[in-house]
Design a protein around this ligand. Structure first.
Ligand SMILES: [Zn+2]
Length: 423
């Protein structure tokens, strides 16, 4: 092989100091690290990201959708690009690693290539995607959706709790919402996409494994169930004559949890919230609404679980003489990663003497959208205690550096492979 992987050992100290510098951009009035999309800390941090990309030789540009796109030119002018990246926004009171390590390791790989005079065949593109985390507008992965061509005009009309339109929020942030709708890449623009991310779960740490080869990104089905019962006096209505909407909703919570966690590989069920009326101690509840979600990497299992949940809660609810109406709010299919990219990640870890393990991703990622454009893979590094989306989120620099080395090796190997799409 023409590239010496040893010279591409990432600079762990530089990675660690960039992690610290980026973490300094956060809302200091809140505990933990908050850098939510469109916030002032986020705005300030993105100037810093552009500066890091420029220092690494990536000549960053910000597209209409707010993605910061850095490009290290390859030998073959006009060839499809090798793409890596992630996001640097956080949830409110989140951590310092989710998304961030994918952007900073992408920059580090580019910088090592440049410093060592290593030229790839394809351009290496590193992207900091706009607003990956769920937000008040109810749309995650805004930037990667735009690149994948699935950001829609109706998304721009969504409003937050203050009535602000997403399109107006984007414009106020200096972006071009109409242009964002035309930001889509063509599949011929992308050779492959590889994203490094913290696992956000406990599997790697528990098995003492440094590298996760991601097999699939879980699909998410969210449901809203309406229960309509009959109110009455809590003291005088016999138990046999009750049509209690809240009790039906409570039974449904347990059904969702029991059915939703039965997937063979990865299945999780989360009853998120119940609203009921009247909220009174002396009155039987006549209306309740339950929001829940189930996730799995197995599409056919998800399909079956949806049917099973509706069947069981409908029967249970009708037995109580309560009317039920079930609405599916989201139906996001699981996205498998590309087998060939999985193989290259695993071989790269082997080649560097690092242990690896195949793992599913229970969380959504920008990679799920990039998969529309071509071959896609993900590399996970361990999360201490499996914690994420909280201030305690932590991944050791040594694990991040190992992940960056596997990312470099994976990108170099993919760079030399042609016809990835047909493989
Ligand atoms: Zn993330």
């Amino acid at each position: 092989m023409s590239v010496d992987l040893d010279v591409l050992v990432p600079d762990a100290e530089r990675l660690a100091s960039r992690l610290d510098e980026l973490a300094a951009f956060h809302d200091s009035t809140l505990p933990g690290w908050s850098r939510e999309v469109f916030s002032e800390p986020y705005r300030a941090s993105r100037d810093w990201i552009r500066k890091q990309m420029a220092d690494a030789g990536l000549a960053p540009v910000t597209d209409a959708a707010g993605n910061i796109v850095g490009r290290l030119p390859g030998r073959r002018h006009g060839a499809p690009a090798l793409v890596t990246g992630s996001h640097t926004d956080t949830v409110r009171q989140g951590g310092r690693y989710d998304g961030i390590v994918g952007v900073l390791t992408g920059i580090e790989v580019a910088q090592r290539l440049r410093e060592t005079g290593t030229r790839l065949e394809h351009d290496l593109v590193v992207i900091d995607f706009l607003g990956e985390e769920a937000n008040e507008f109810g749309i995650s992965c805004m930037g990667s959706r735009a690149v994948a061509g699935v950001l829609r005009p109706e998304h721009l009309d969504r409003v937050d709790s203050t009535g602000l339109r997403l399109g107006d929020a984007m414009a106020a942030f200096g972006l071009d919402p109409q242009g964002a709708l035309r930001q889509a890449w063509s599949p011929v623009d992308m050779h492959a996409y590889v994203e490094l991310h913290v696992e956000q779960g406990p599997l790697l740490e528990r098995s003492g494994t440094g590298i996760g080869v991601v097999t699939a990104i879980a699909g998410i089905d969210r449901l809203l169930v309406h229960f309509a019962g009959r109110s009455g006096h809590a003291g005088t209505t016999p138990m046999t004559d009750r049509h209690d909407a809240l009790v039906s909703a409570a039974a449904a919570v347990l059904t969702v949890e029991r059915v939703g966690c039965g997937a063979p590989v990865h299945g999780v069920a989360t009853p998120g919230c119940i609203e009921s009326t009247p909220q009174s101690m002396g009155v039987i509840t006549n209306q309740a609404r339950l929001w829940s979600e189930i996730r799995s990497v197995d599409a056919s299992w998800l399909h079956g679980a949806r049917k099973q949940i509706v069947h069981e809660i409908t029967e249970e609810t009708r037995n109580r003489g309560v009317e039920i109406n079930v609405e599916w709010l989201t139906d996001q299919a699981p996205v498998p990663t590309t087998g060939l990219v999985q193989d290259v990640v695993a071989e790269s870890a082997d080649g560097l003497g690092l242990s690896w393990q195949a793992v599913p991703s229970g969380a959504g990622h920008d990679a799920a959208h990039l998969a529309r454009l071509g071959p896609m893979g993900m590399i996970f590094v361990p999360s201490e205690g499996g914690r994420s989306h909280c201030p305690e989120e932590f991944t050791a620099t040594s694990h991040i550096a190992q992940g960056a080395h596997v990312l470099a090796s994976t990108l170099i190997t993919l760079d030399r492979r042609e016809g990835l799409r047909s493989a």
